[in-house]
Design a protein around this ligand. Structure first.
Ligand code: ADP
Length: 841
């Protein structure tokens, strides 16, 4: 009756629910399953119950013999009927479709107890102790088949009714009645207790069943999705294998074509193009082979073809790929003696190639070095590959051996690479029974250690390395002089071509772009952001065409710096990156790039886009100059600059500042204007305004406006002037001198004109006013009124200031009092002073 057993049965009998069925259908499914399970559980237990009945019944004949031998025949007869009844039901039990298990429980109890009732009749009615047999039957049925309390209730009710009914019919003596009452206590309470127990037990079972059912469903879902993932992974590997295989054929043929063409002694230019093609095709083929190898590892199809090999020669062969003629960067130790070992040379070549190329790739292009050390012991060949490169963060040391993994968040993300190399190297080394590990220090370098088991290998029949042509290793890109770079201004006709700065860390790509753009532009190249920034600062190119991912400084970082520097901000930038897709596009434009082109690109499209952008930028510049020129007719040139560049829009829109205001006006001009000829009047005004205009720009004042003979100039805005009061005074003195000359000149022509000047300092609101076609830079405040009033009070040759202004300049000028004046618009009379001259010395 253990729960555990029940659960075990249910696990084996629950029908599978269909995948993806919703919760409701699952719920109804659960109840149905519970009913099924309960029936099966009951059937198994019923078998036990019937066995028990069939065995116990004859055994009790012994008790009959001992206790009631006088009624033995009747008792045996009843027991025979009982045995027969049980046997017939047992037969029915084996064919459960005829009767439900609950009915069979009821039958078992009823048959057993009806026979016991007849035994009590034979043995003295209610006084017979055989009535305890009834309890025994109730108990056995409830304990062994604890399901469906209503069935047990029906059986109990029928049995008790039969017991009391039959015995009352046979025996109504008063002693019997007492015995009947006494027996009832035990019988009824046993039945009630059993019914409770069955009901509680069944509730517990149902809850347990449902919990198990949900757990099972969840496990089944998980298994289904695991299976799906496994299928997907298998499909992916198969696809990889197929597509890589398909790609290999055309690439191998292309490689062959390049090699054949190179043997036909092409010219220098063509040879260089063919070399580029050969180098990059071999690189592509190498990467595709790596993918194919990974797929093979996944499917377990990789088999090593071990040969007896001189490891020293193998390593030297691979290392030779990385040596350039100019400078030795690869240093070896322990390779002078043969190191004979049994390995698969083709696979091992790939391991060495990956380790050596990483060591150089993640090191400084100029200073990077690698040291290869081989140490042979009796059982192991140990190989160290050390570099002095950028290093690997400790937290990432294990991750880098996982597939498609590149060190995150560090500069190495900017290097080209697929993240396959080390994963593949690890698989190959492990397949050889060896290990690969790494130690590294950030900024100082990394050491990869490879241990390969060797054992005793004879030096005979060692494979000649030249035999193995099958492993295609990418050819190294030798540093050639960049063609045609930095030839700024090399010939007269090229001088006029726009200058384009090409930035890419891949030398082949730089050469290719150079060749492509050279007919239409002058080209300068840089191999990373740092170099590009230096170039941009010194040569100010018309456009920058940059790769995104580069060592030292990426294209994105370069763009950030360009946009933050005022003198470089205007340079248009086109991103040329291998990262295709809308995200990369949006990212580039958001970073501030003017355009974005994904590799591989159409040559004509690239040329057109570069040309268009340069042309548009030049037109914009021209337009700005034109606008500035126009504005400068009406505005001080620095204000015009500000408006056109859009640099300080907020500032120009209105702000408060302390300024010095100079107001100049001609004396006798109204009278003269009434009598003079318009042409003559215009000529006089022109002479006057041009003389004043020159002095204003000489002293860096801001000319607010000419209105007839009145001119207003202010200082300290928009360009700050540290000692603006003194500067304004010096300008006023210079003006007075010039106006003296003009006045005597006009006098000789019979024109009687003089000029007065007013000076004041204080706070005003300043900004650009007007509309698109006509702007003015205006100052509004009491200070301008004060200067205008002082000017109108000034006699010819006078420069009038108030006391406050004089205090600001009295160290530099001599002055005299001009009395106390009540100025229009100002309530109190003020002491006014005339500035005579600059102080001596
Ligand atoms: P990848 O194609 O990116 O070079 P690998 O599997 O060969 O892929 O290397 C995985 C990553 O491990 C690299 O992207 C790099 O971040 C790091 N790594 C490998 N070798 C070195 C090294 N010698 N120095 C610094 N980092 C390295």
């Amino acid at each position: 009756m253990s729960l555990g057993r029940g659960v075990a049965i249910f696990q084996s009998t629950i029908p599978t629910s269909s995948e993806g069925a919703n919760r409701d259908s699952r719920h109804s499914h659960t109840s149905k399953s519970y009913a099924d399970w309960r029936d099966q559980f009951a059937t198994e237990r019923l078998r036990l119950l019937y066995y028990l009945g069939l065995i116990a019944n004859p055994v009790f004949i012994a008790a009959d013999l001992l206790l009631h031998s006088e009624h033995l025949v009747s008792l045996i007869l009843i027991r025979s009927i009982l045995e027969l009844g049980l046997l017939s039901c047992f037969f029915l039990l084996r064919r459960t479709t005829i009767l439900k298990p609950t009915a069979l429980v009821v039958l078992w109890v009823v048959i057993g107890n009806f026979c016991i009732v007849h035994m009590t009749v034979v043995l003295g009615g209610f006084t017979s102790t055989y009535y305890s047999g009834l309890n025994l039957v109730f108990l056995a049925a409830a304990v062994i088949v604890p399901i469906s309390w209503p069935s047990h209730l029906i059986a109990q009710f029928a049995c008790l009714a039969y017991y009391y009914g039959v015995n009352f019919l046979h025996d109504t003596a008063s002693g019997s009645i007492n015995a009947a009452i006494e027996n009832s206590f035990f019988l009824v309470w046993t039945c009630v207790a059993l019914l409770f127990s069955i009901s509680l037990y069944e509730r517990l079972q149902r809850a347990e069943f449902q919990a198990r059912q949900s757990e099972l469903n969840a496990r089944r879902d998980l298994e289904a999705s695991n299976q799906k993932l496994l299928d997907l992974d298998r499909l992916k590997s198969e696809f990889f294998a197929n597509i890589s295989h398909e790609l290999r054929t055309p690439l191998t043929l292309t490689l062959g074509a390049f090699k054949t063409l190179l043997k036909l002694s092409p010219g220098v230019e063509h040879e260089s193009l063919l070399q580029t093609g050969l180098r990059n095709t071999s690189r592509l083929l190498f990467m595709i082979n790596e993918l194919l190898d990974l797929a093979k590892f996944d499917s377990g199809r990789t088999q090593l073809r071990k040969r007896r090999v001189d490891l020293a020669v193998l390593i030297q062969n691979v290392a030779a790929n990385f040596e350039s003629s100019q400078k030795s960067r690869v240093h070896t130790k322990g390779l002078s003696q043969p190191v004979v070992i049994e390995i698969d040379p083709r696979q091992m070549k790939k391991v060495f190639y990956n380790l050596f190329s990483n060591a150089l790739k993640f090191s400084d292009p100029e200073e990077g070095q690698i040291w290869i050390r081989v140490n042979v012991t009796e059982r192991v060949v140990e190989l160290d590959i050390e570099d002095n490169g950028i290093g690997i963060p400790p937290a990432q040391l294990q991750r880098i051996f996982e597939r498609f993994t590149q060190v995150e968040g560090s500069a190495s993300r900017r290097y080209e690479g697929s993240g396959i190399g080390l994963a593949l190297a690890k698989e190959i080394v492990n397949l050889h029974g060896g290990t690969i590990s790494v130690e590294s220090e950030m900024g100082r370098g990394s050491t990869f250690t490879l241990k390969l088991p060797c054992g005793q290998v004879s030096n005979e029949d060692v494979l000649e390395m030249d035999d193995d042509e099958a492993t295609v290793l990418p050819l190294a890109s030798h540093t050639q002089n960049e063609e045609g770079t930095a030839d700024i201004g090399s010939s007269q006709s090229e001088d006029n071509l726009p200058l384009v700065l090409v930035v890419d860390d891949n030398a082949d790509m730089r050469r290719y772009l150079n060749r492509l753009l050279r007919p239409k532009f002058r080209i300068v190249v840089a191999k990373d952001g740092v170099e590009a920034l230096e170039q941009a600062r010194s040569i100010r190119p018309a456009l920058i065409l940059t790769d995104g991912m580069m060592p030292r400084m990426s294209g994105y970082d370069l763009l950030k710096v360009l946009r933050s520097e005022k003198s470089l901000r205007w340079i248009p930038v086109i991103f040329l990156t291998a990262r295709a897709g809308t995200d990369a596009h949006v990212e580039s434009l958001e970073a501030g790039a003017d355009d974005y082109i994904a590799k591989p690109f159409d040559e004509n499209e690239l040329l057109t886009r570069v040309g268009n952008l340069i042309h548009t930028r030049a037109q914009e510049k021209e337009l700005r100059e034109l606008q500035k020129e126009k504005m400068a007719q009406f505005l001080p040139s620095h204000v015009a600059d500000m408006i056109v560049s859009g640099d300080r829009d907020e500032f120009l829109n209105g702000h408060r500042a302390e300024i010095s205001v100079v107001f100049v006006d001609l004396r006798g001009f109204t009278a003269y204007a009434e009598t003079a000829q318009p042409e003559e009047l215009m000529a006089v005004l022109k002479e006057y305004q041009s003389a004043i205009g020159k002095i204003v720009s000489q002293f860096n004042g801001t000319l607010e406006r000419f209105s007839g003979d009145a001119i207003m100039i202010f200082f300290n805005d928009p360009m700050p002037v540290p000692n603006h009061m003194e500067q304004a005074t010096r300008m006023a003195l210079a003006m007075r001198e010039r106006l003296e000359q003009l006045a005597s000149h006009w006098n000789t022509r019979g024109i009687k004109l003089g000029a007065g000047i007013g000076l004041a300092a204080g706070y005003a609101t300043l900004g650009v006013i007007g509309f698109e076609q006509r702007h003015d830079y205006a100052a509004i405040g009491r200070v301008t009124n004060l200067a205008a009033r002082l000017c109108s009070e000034a006699q010819h040759g006078q420069i009038l200031v108030c006391e406050k202004f004089l205090q600001g300049v009295e160290d530099v000028v001599d002055s005299e009092s001009a009395g106390k004046l009540t100025l229009k618009g100002f309530e109190q009379a003020r002491h006014v002073y005339n500035i005579i001259r600059l102080k001596e010395g």
